[in-house]
Write a new protein. Structure first.
Length: 440
C-alpha cells in the first residue's frame, strides 16, 4: 500500500512537472531531501529523483512559462564552485570513487540552479519552505516522540542510504529545520496551527537531543544564543530558554550525559581525536596539493603520507576540512565566500523587510535563514555534509526572497493562496470567516 501511494504521488509530480516545472522542482526537492522512496519496498532502487528531475528540465525547456535567468552573486559563486570541483576532478587521488561522488554533487547543484530559474513568486518561496520542513519534520517529529517515550535511551537515526543516515547528520538536519518551522509559524493565522507547529518544533529539538550528537547540542546552543540576542525581552527570553533547557536535559539518561561530557575532555575521546587526525591530514594534503585530493580522500595512502597517526583513518567529519582536503584552499575559499554572501543577503532581507507590512514576512524569513545557517556553521564543523542539499536550499530561499523584495513584487504579483487545502485541513491554517448576522 505504501509503495502504491508513493508511486501515485511521484507519477503525479512527473506529469505536472512537464506542464508546470516549478511543481517538478518542489517534487524533486522533496525526493532529494526526504528520500521517501527509501521507505518503500520496491521503489528504493528506482531512479525516482532522475525521473522527476528529467521531467522538470523538459518542462523548463518546452514550457511557455516565464523563467528568470538573472544571476545573483550567490548563484554565481555556486557556479564557480561547481566549475572548481570539475577542474579538480582529474587530479583526484582515487578517480573512480571521486567520479561517482562528482556525479551526485553535480546533479544536486544543477537542480539548485534550475530552482532559482523556475521559482519566483511568494507562493513558490513559502511552498519550498513547507517542502523542506515536511521532508525533515517527518523524521524529526517521529524521532522526538520516540525519544520522549524511551527516555532518550536509544539513538535517533536518519533514513538509510542518504546524506543524513547517521545520528549526527540527521541531528543537524533537525536543528537546521527548526528555524524554518518558526518562520512558518509566524505565517500561520490560527491559534491551533501555531500550537501544532510549537509541538513539532519541540519534537524536533527532542529528536536532536535523542540522537546523542554533541555537534547538535552545540548547534542548538548557538542558535538559541542568536535568537536571544535578537529578542526584544532579553531577560524573559533568557529565563524561558533556561527553563526549556533544564526541562529537556533533566530527562536525558546517564549515557547521554557521559557522551556530552566528552566535549570538555575531547583529548580522552577516541572519536574526537580521530577527527582531529583527519583534519590535520586534510590540511597537510591541501598544503601539498593545490587542487586537493578529490572527492574521496579517506584513503590509507593519503593518511600514511599526511596524517599524524597514519593508522587512524577517518572521514573529515567537518564541512570545512572536508572541502579543504578535497578541493584545496581555493575550493574552501569559494565555499566560504558563497555562504558568506548568503548570510549577507539574508541580513539585507531581514533589515529591509521590516520597512513595510507587505514585506514583513521576508524579514522573518531572512532572520530564520540566518539562524539555520548558524546551526549549519557550528554543527557542520563536526560533520561531513559539505555537499548536502539542505543548506543549498537555504541559498535558494535567500536568492528568491532578495529578488522578490528588490523588484517590489508585492506591487505587481497577484495574491494567491499558498496552500489549496481541503476544508477539514484548512481550518488549521486559515481563520474562519466571521458570520454575517442579518440586521433586525
Amino acid at each position: 500500500m505504501r509503495d502504491l501511494v508513493l508511486a501515485i504521488c511521484i507519477g503525479y509530480i512527473i506529469i505536472r512537472a512537464i506542464k508546470q516545472p516549478w511543481i517538478g522542482i518542489l517534487g524533486w526537492t522533496w525526493i532529494s531531501v526526504m528520500n521517501p522512496h527509501t521507505l518503500s519496498w520496491n521503489l528504493r532502487s528506482m531512479p525516482v529523483a532522475a525521473a522527476v528531475g528529467g521531467a522538470t528540465l523538459i518542462g523548463m525547456v518546452m514550457g511557455r512559462q516565464k523563467n528568470d535567468y538573472s544571476v545573483q552573486r550567490e548563484g554565481a559563486m555556486l557556479m564557480v564552485f561547481m566549475a572548481w570541483v570539475c577542474i579538480t576532478l582529474p587530479f583526484s587521488y582515487v578517480f573512480d570513487e571521486s567520479f561517482d561522488a562528482w556525479k551526485r554533487v553535480m546533479k544536486i547543484d544543477l537542480m539548485i540552479l534550475v530552482a532559482m530559474v523556475l521559482l519566483s513568486t511568494k507562493r513558490h518561496i513559502i511552498l519550498l519552505v513547507w517542502v523542506l520542513v515536511v521532508s525533515i519534520g517527518f523524521f524529526g517529529v517521529k524521532g522526538g516522540i520516540f525519544t520522549v517515550l524511551t527516555g532518550g535511551n536509544f539513538k535517533v537515526w536518519g533514513p538509510e542510504g542518504t546524506f543524513i543516515e547517521g545520528n549526527n547528520e540527521v541531528a543537524l538536519a533537525f536543528v537546521m529545520t527548526i528555524p524554518l518551522m518558526r518562520f512558518l509559524q509566524t505565517q500561520l493565522v490560527t491559534h491551533r496551527g501555531k500550537m501544532l507547529m510549537t509541538f513539532c518544533m519541540a519534537c524536533m529539538a527532542a529528536a536532536a537531543l535523542g540522537s546523542h550528537s554533541r555537534g547538535a547540542l552545540l548547534a542548538l546552543g548557538s542558535m538559541g544564543a542568536v535568537l536571544w540576542w535578537r529578542g526584544k525581552s532579553k531577560g524573559v527570553g533568557a529565563i524561558l530558554m533556561v527553563a526549556i533547557a533544564v526541562g529537556a536535559l533533566a530527562v536525558m539518561p546517564d549515557e547521554w550525559w557521559s557522551r556530552m561530557n566528552t566535549i570538555r575532555t575531547y583529548e580522552q575521546d577516541q572519536s574526537a581525536m580521530g577527527r582531529i587526525n583527519a583534519w590535520w591530514m586534510a590540511f597537510n594534503l591541501a598544503k601539498d596539493n593545490f587542487f586537493g585530493g578529490g572527492l574521496s580522500v579517506a584513503q590509507p595512502g593519503l593518511f600514511a603520507r599526511y596524517a599524524p597517526d597514519p593508522t587512524d583513518i577517518h572521514a573529515a567529519h567537518s564541512i570545512y576540512f572536508m572541502v579543504l582536503g578535497e578541493q584545496g584552499f581555493v575550493g574552501l575559499f569559494i565555499f566560504l565566500l558563497m555562504f558568506a554572501f548568503v548570510w549577507r543577503s539574508a541580513e539585507w532581507i531581514r533589515v529591509r523587510g521590516r520597512k513595510q507590512p507587505q514585506t514583513q514576512w521576508l524579514s522573518e524569513l531572512g532572520a530564520m535563514c540566518q539562524v539555520s545557517l548558524v546551526g549549519y556553521a557550528v554543527g557542520g564543523a563536526f560533520l561531513s555534509l559539505s555537499y548536502w542539499d539542505f543548506p543549498y536550499n537555504i541559498l535558494i530561499l535567500v536568492v528568491l526572497a532578495r529578488r522578490w523584495l528588490d523588484r517590489k513584487k508585492w506591487l505587481t504579483e497577484p495574491v494567491e493562496p499558498i496552500l489549496d487545502l481541503p476544508p477539514w485541513l484548512a481550518k488549521w491554517f486559515h481563520k474562519k470567516k466571521p458570520k454575517v448576522v442579518p440586521a433586525p
